[in-house]
Design a protein around this ligand. Structure first.
Ligand code: HEC
Length: 306
């Protein structure tokens, strides 16, 4: 046993003294480790290439649909009158200010309202003329209320009536702004022209495009169902051949009639409606040769099936 250890000790001594042998012993380990790293890399190649930044950045632009909006009539205002702060406008302004604006701009108009914490930029301090973006003229505050200040929490209040926006602007200018700057006549004219103030406006109702599509396809579905029923009735009626003689496309003709159902309230109207756009509406030129009796029959047939 002792000899065995002795032998090993000698061997170790020997190896220590010859660097070539050390290299010979160590080299295979490095080689194997190197090959393993290589294999690991190859096995992950697909994963690595997937992690590369794509050559073009993904399109993250979200196309916003139209907002739902009720039709609204914006009553005209007389600028020559509304440009003056009447007691009535001021009290209307006060009510509006307290319920819509004080949370950010503060009851005293100096900013720092309870909802202003952490807002950047901070809500404007109306008691100083420093740093206003649009400005403190009547027309400028009106513009701020109409458009909002992009990039800040000052949103647009365009849903308020013109009179309410003037009331707010007067309230702020009268109670908070020191020496509020006056509008020139051309400022007021420009404001009038921009927002059609003295003419008033009728804003049509608006629904999101996506919703409009659903509504239209639902309507079409109803029409199609009716056309299907009407076609079946005609197929099983003795006037089947008569109908196919005057139409190129029976389905199209029925669709046209179903859609115009409300206008087909007399034989006379029926005749007129069919004769407009013959061919496009599914009927054909034979309708021009129909006798009065045949028109009458066609009218009866159609009104009995749709
Ligand atoms: C959610 C908080 C908030 C509310 C509510 C709010 N505002 Fe503001 N408002 C701001 C902020 C923030 C600014 C500063 C924007 C900037 O400097 O970019 C601002 C700025 C303004 C300005 C100055 C615009 C200028 O020219 O720099 C006016 C005027 C104004 N607001 C009026 C109002 C009125 C009137 C109301 C109520 C109808 C209202 N704000 C409600 C946050 C608010």
């Amino acid at each position: 046993m002792k000899e065995f250890f002795e032998q090993i000790r000698e061997k170790v001594e020997e190896i220590k003294n010859s660097p070539g042998t050390i290299f010979g012993l160590v080299f295979p380990y490095f080689l194997i480790v190197g090959i393993l790293i290589g294999l690991y890399f190859i096995s992950k190649l697909e994963f690595l290439s997937r992690q590369k930044v794509p050559p073009t950045l993904r399109d993250t632009v979200v196309v916003a649909d139209l907002q739902m909006r009720e039709a609204k009539v914006v009553p005209p205002v007389k600028l020559s009158e509304i440009k003056n702060a009447s007691p009535q406008l001021l009290s209307e302004g006060e009510t509006l200010y307290k319920s819509n604006c004080a949370s950010c701009h503060g009851e005293t108009g100096a900013g720092g309202g309870p909802a202003s914490a952490g807002l950047n930029p901070a809500p404007r301090n109306f008691t100083s003329l420093d740093g206003w973006k649009n400005g403190a003229k009547l027309s400028q505050i009106y513009t701020t209320l109409q458009e909002g200040i992009p990039g800040s929490s000052m949103v647009s209040y365009d849903y308020l009536l013109p009179e309410q926006k003037f009331a707010l602007a007067h309230y702020i200018r009268t109670n908070f702004v020191p020496d509020p700057p006056e509008d020139s006549q051309s400022d007021l004219d420009a404001l009038d022209a921009t927002y059609n103030l003295s003419a008033g406006q009728e804003l049509p109702a608006q629904i999101p495009v996506a919703m409009a599509k659903t509504v239209i396809s639902q309507e079409n579905k109803q029409y199609l169902d009716k056309v299907e029923v009407a076609l079946n009735k005609i197929e099983s009626s003795p006037n089947k051949n008569f109908f196919s003689r005057v139409t190129n496309n029976g389905k199209l003709a029925l669709m046209f009639l179903v859609k115009n159902f409300n206008n087909i309230n007399s034989e006379q109207n029926f005749k007129k409606i069919v004769l407009i756009n013959v061919n496009q509406n599914g009927f054909n030129g034979n309708v021009f040769n129909l006798s009065e009796q045949e028109w009458s029959d066609l009218y009866k047939l159609i009104t009995s099936v749709i």
